[in-house]
Design a protein around this ligand. Structure first.
Ligand SMILES: NC(=O)c1ccc[n+]([C@@H]2O[C@H](COP(=O)([O-])OP(=O)(O)OC[C@H]3O[C@@H](n4cnc5c(N)ncnc54)[C@H](O)[C@@H]3O)[C@@H](O)[C@H]2O)c1
Length: 441
């Protein structure tokens, strides 16, 4: 047996190194030398194995393969988005996660059950999807949905904790660990997880499409044998993510576009899209913390409103997107200004959910007031559900994969993105106490 072993070792080594002499030498080794060699190989093998066990043990957190991600169907009224697309599902299953998608969860976003199955997900009941270790959602859970979540599970979703205090208290009672997609810090590293920007970009685009749908003319001007038609004039108030998307879209449709913002840094961005940047004669910067706007002085607001009063008489479409984090939206377009607009003009108030920038907006509704169409929809991203779910799925899956490393889910509160977005961390500080980690610790 030792001779066979010696020959096979010698063959392997010799074939690797190609040294004929070494092969001959090894073929001649005695039984005791073979025994020594064998012992050494065993030792090396044991050292190699124990080293591997050690390195597996030393990766903090839970291996993806021990965790199930649940993707329930969204049931909030008119909500058509889903938290994970089939492509994002494939990314997570490839990394080792088990993914359980509720049957028909993607149907409104035009993602079929079969596509999820082909991406490695299992199609499950609603209870099962909610009963997963990590639940991914778009909308914060309703009180009915709360009952379906396992206590001490993880939830990643839009939450808006400042506006939803009662909900956060309920989630805390279940000792859930909750990450709010809306609270992810807007630092460069987290741009790939920035669902607020993804959704605002879609809202800006869709605002223009909706406006065009209700406006009686083309956006672009035309000179044909049948006559000359001027281009539509569009005013966009607020040049954040949504405002810039609206400006870009309206411009590409041929409209004459003007933009305004309280942050001077926006001027260049608006002009780079080919639009005109409007200005007031007051020196006051609206630059607040984290790239957001601050509340402006009453003098500044009065000056910009005087500017808008003039623009209202001239412009056919006004799209408002002005927001200040944690405050009601500033009221910038009065009823008088609306009355002064030409019949058939269109207003899209993207700030409707935060109270609206326009005095006459009806949040969530389409309304005709003083012969001006008011679009106050608060669900514009959901009105482009395939695009919105694709981008949200990318944001949420990449965010999930950033929590931990080396195929292990691990909440590291030293990570500024984790620390910024986590709004509840299960009552016990030890991750070893919740299933299935309990089995591993
Ligand atoms: N990852 C990142 O680094 C990152 C990501 C997203 C956004 N940002 C920064 O944050 C900015 C704002 O983001 P947002 O679009 O989510 O902002 P937002 O939706 O909170 O605000 C929309 C816009 O309204 C403007 N505004 C506020 N009050 C106004 C008023 N009285 N009149 C006119 N305009 C007014 C703001 O300046 C802002 O541009 C971005 O433009 C960018 O500079 C950074």
């Amino acid at each position: 047996m030792y001779a066979v072993f010696a020959v096979s070792v010698s063959d392997t080594v010799a074939s690797i190194f190609g040294f004929k002499m070494l092969k001959l030498h090894l073929a001649k080794v005695s039984n005791s030398s073979v025994q020594t060699l064998r012992n050494q190989l065993h030792k090396t093998y044991r050292r190699y194995c124990s080293g591997n066990e050690k390195s597996a043990e030393s990766i903090p957190g839970i291996a993806y393969s021990k965790l199930t991600i649940g993707v329930p169907r969204e049931v909030f009224k008119n909500e058509k988005r889903v938290a994970l697309s089939p492509a994002a599902t494939a990314l997570l299953t490839k990394k080792g996660f088990n993914v359980a998608v509720e049957e028909e969860a993607g149907i409104e976003a035009k993602f079929l059950n079969e596509e999820y199955a082909a991406s490695g997900a299992s199609l499950v009941s609603r209870d099962k999807a909610f009963g997963s270790d990590i639940v991914l959602k778009v909308r914060a859970p309703s009180s009915d949905e709360m009952g379906l979540l396992q206590s001490r599970a993880n939830l990643i979703s839009f939450v808006y904790p400042a506006q939803n205090k009662a909900l956060v208290d309920e989630l805390a009672k279940k000792e859930l660990t909750v990450f709010a997609m809306d609270a992810i810090p807007r630092v460069s590293r987290a741009q790939v997880f920035d669902a607020l920007s993804s959704m605002a970009n879609i809202a800006g685009y869709k605002a223009v499409v909706e406006a065009a749908n209700h406006f009686g003319r083309f956006f672009t001007g035309q000179i044909t044998a049948a006559g000359k038609v001027p281009p539509a004039k569009v005013l966009v108030i607020g040049g954040g993510v949504a405002g810039l998307a609206a400006i870009g879209t309206a411009k590409s449709m041929g409209a004459v576009v003007r933009g305004f913002d309280v942050r001077p840094s926006v001027k260049e961005q608006i002009e780079s899209l080919g639009a005109e940047f409007l200005q007031v004669n007051i020196e006051e910067s609206g630059e607040g913390a984290g790239g957001y706007a601050k509340e402006m002085s009453p003098e500044f607001i009065a000056a910009e409103m005087a500017l808008f009063a003039k623009q209202a008489k001239e412009c056919d479409i006004i799209i408002t997107t002005a927001l200040i984090p944690g405050k009601p939206a500033p009221k910038l377009i009065t009823e008088e200004m609306v009355k002064s607009m030409k019949p058939g003009s269109v207003i899209v108030d993207l700030a409707a959910e935060a109270g609206g920038n326009v005095a006459t907006t009806v949040p969530g509704q389409l309304a005709k007031i003083h012969d001006v169409i008011h679009i106050g929809y608060t669900d514009l991203p959901s009105r482009l559900p395939t695009q919105a779910s694709t981008l949200y799925g990318n944001n949420i899956s990449k965010f999930l994969l950033s929590i931990g490393e080396k195929e292990h889910f691990n909440i590291n509160l030293e990570d500024e993105v984790v620390r910024g977005s986590i709004i509840l961390h299960e009552a016990s500080t030890s991750l070893c106490t919740f299933s299935p980690i309990a089995l591993m610790c």
